[in-house]
Design a protein around this ligand. Structure first.
Ligand code: ADE
Ligand code: ZN
Length: 359
């Protein structure tokens, strides 16, 4: 079977073209993407103008903002992230943000998205929680009705602000019938930010039937993953790539079948790995770790979900089987109802068969 790195000339170009069209056409699930980090410059300018919010570089329009989206450290990244968060103030802002992001996802044939949202970031800025939840629900409804894309929500707690955990859970439970499926943990990760203070909140979330999908093993290594596994009972882990620093931990993730949401361009942009080609995704697969491919904060990392697939094709020489396998993994690891999973997996197989002469 040919792949993108085989040979040269017309054959490999043909195979790249056909892989590109397979990547675009496959109906997909996206399991790790943040609402606040998905606001493209055009949408950010519109939202900021509406509320008179100053965004870095915005005096030079879309180009200036695009430049501000290129940052040098996790701290700088957080600054842009917080500025984007501040554009969301009233119900229609949340609704328009969700719908605008949904348009970009639908254009990539994403059919199911588990989107992370940090409610307390907004509430502590004075946003009315009822207006915020109403806006999210309205955007989600419009996305489903007009674009056929379904949103489920992961409400997350900032790891360095564990005191916001109980209220985050309370909001998640309040918005359960609007599609909240899980509680997450995001923000800075390091030895000084233990998840011990969040253990009780996650225990209550579990008792209420919410899943746990924390970030861990991104900016900090095995100790963070160990603690997360022991205290938060994760259904999946955001990133988790630094498990490879501890072979036993890697084997445990593989044996327990706890999937990782791997976001390679995010890891490159935030300095977790030196380059896309050096990303340890192939080592994780070789170790038997379950994983899906995701985009995290796509415009901030100069990527999209389909671009992540394309970059894997070019960096790791993936062929159509591997593309399909990874796309199917996202569906299998998702919190979709089982009958819908089966339908989406079948749709993926038939698109792949039509595109790539797969059996
Ligand atoms: N919030 C948004 N993106 C994040 C990331 N890559 N790590 C932790 N928290 C985040
Ligand atoms: Zn993330």
């Amino acid at each position: 079977m040919s792949n993108a790195t085989d040979g040269d000339g017309a054959d490999s170009l043909d195979s790249l073209d056909s892989l590109n069209s397979l990547i675009m056409a496959l109906p997909k699930a996206e399991l790790h993407v943040h609402l606040e980090g998905s606001i493209v410059p055009e949408l950010a300018l519109k939202l900021a103008a509406r509320r008179g919010v100053a965004l870095p570089g915005a005096e030079r329009g879309v180009e200036g903002l695009r430049e501000a989206y290129r940052f040098a450290s996790f701290r700088d990244f957080l600054k842009v992230y917080i500025a984007l968060s501040n554009t969301l103030q009233q119900a229609e802002d949340f609704s328009d943000a969700v719908f605008g992001i949904a348009e970009g996802l639908a254009a990539q044939q994403v059919r199911w998205v588990e989107m992370t949202f940090t409610p307390m970031t907004h509430v502590v800025q004075g946003v009315d929680p009822d207006a915020m939840l109403a806006g999210l629900a309205d955007g989600r409804r419009r996305a489903l009705e007009q674009l056929g894309i379904e949103f489920a929500w992961v409400f997350d707690v900032v790891r360095s602000l564990p005191e916001q955990g109980p209220q985050t859970l309370e909001l998640a439970l309040r918005a359960r019938d609007q599609g909240v499926v899980a509680l997450g943990v995001g923000g800075p990760e390091g030895p000084q930010w233990s998840v011990v203070p969040l253990a009780g909140v996650f225990e209550r979330a579990h008792a209420e039937g919410l899943k746990s999908v924390p970030h861990a093993g991104e900016q900090h290594g095995p100790p963070s993953l160990r603690e997360t596994l022991d205290l938060l009972a994760p259904a999946r882990i955001g990133h988790g790539v630094r498990c490879l620093e501890d072979p036993e931990l890697t084997a445990e993730l593989a044996d327990r079948g706890i999937p990782l949401e791997v976001c390679p361009s995010s890891n490159v942009a935030l300095g977790v790995v030196p380059s896309f080609t050096a990303h340890p995704l192939p080592q994780l697969l070789a170790a038997g770790v379950e994983l899906s491919l995701a985009s995290d904060d796509p415009p901030l990392f100069g990527t999209t979900l389909t671009e992540e697939y394309r970059r894997c094709v070019s960096a790791f020489g993936w062929g159509p089987e591997q593309v399909l396998k990874i796309a199917a993994a996202a569906v299998r690891h998702s919190f979709m109802p089982e009958d819908r999973k089966r339908a989406l997996l079948a749709a993926q197989r038939s698109v792949a068969q039509a595109h790539a002469s797969l059996p």
